[in-house]
Ligand binder design. Structure first.
Ligand SMILES: C[S@@+](CC[C@H](N)C(=O)[O-])C[C@H]1O[C@@H](n2cnc3c(N)ncnc32)[C@H](O)[C@@H]1O
Length: 197
């Protein structure tokens, strides 16, 4: 567990993440830094669940270092399955991610219904971040719908691994057989795809 002193150290050390650190999010400072590091792995990134843009800013900062790439941000921007209830978060997302707008392709809708829209841009992803509906059914349908974009060497990242039974169960039942080099923080899990899922 990091204390405030460590958080301050990381905020200074990773100045390029100042936009990501400024966004309201459940993501911890360490998770934001890890998403930034994992985002440098490739150029084509999709995230399911963007909320007001913290994770998109982490990936945006990574792509800014490479000067190239796309982030497919998939969300209803209606705060679906969030405890705070219905709210239109679109304007806040746009404002917070403005610095990275040249990389961002917003895909607005229910994740499993808009995968075809992502297909219009790419058939492959270097990194898939799943952080939308955390129920077992929600995580499973996101994995089943988007795994076709992954290939050996891609990364898959799940948030809320620490507390969400659905996330843990989908990883155990469906993801582990397709990955190697897995790692985790207390509430985030990732692995490298080792065969076409
Ligand atoms: C936990 S938040 C995402 C947090 C974000 N990754 C961040 O960096 O702070 C979950 C988001 O997923 C969206 N969401 C939930 N279920 C969804 C679904 N089935 N399709 C699309 N978006 C969904 C919600 O609207 C919400 O913005």
């Amino acid at each position: 567990m990091l204390n405030k002193g460590h958080d301050y150290f990381h905020r200074v050390r990773f100045r390029q993440l100042s936009n990501a650190f400024a966004c309201v999010s459940h993501l911890t400072i360490r998770e934001r830094i890890k998403l930034f590091e994992l985002g440098q792995h490739g150029k084509l990134i999709a995230e399911i669940g963007s909320y007001v843009g913290a994770s998109a800013c982490c990936f945006g900062a990574a792509l800014l270092e490479n000067k190239d790439g796309k982030i497919f941000c998939i969300d209803t921007w209606n705060n679906d399955s969030m405890t705070e209830g219905y709210r239109d978060t679109w304007a806040e997302f746009c404002l917070n991610t403005k610095k990275y707008s040249k990389f961002i392709v917003p895909v607005r809708g229910i994740s499993v219904q808009v995968a075809n829209e992502v297909c219009q841009y790419t058939s492959k992803l270097d990194l898939l971040f799943i952080d939308g509906n955390h129920s077992y059914e929600g995580v499973k349908s996101d994995w089943e719908t988007y795994k076709k974009f992954l290939f050996p060497g891609s990364l898959v990242v799940f948030h809320d691994y620490g507390w969400a039974d659905g996330v843990q169960r989908v990883i155990q039942e469906d993801v582990l057989a397709n990955v190697s080099f897995t790692d985790r923080l207390p509430n985030m899990w990732w692995g490298t795809i080792n065969k076409n899922p």
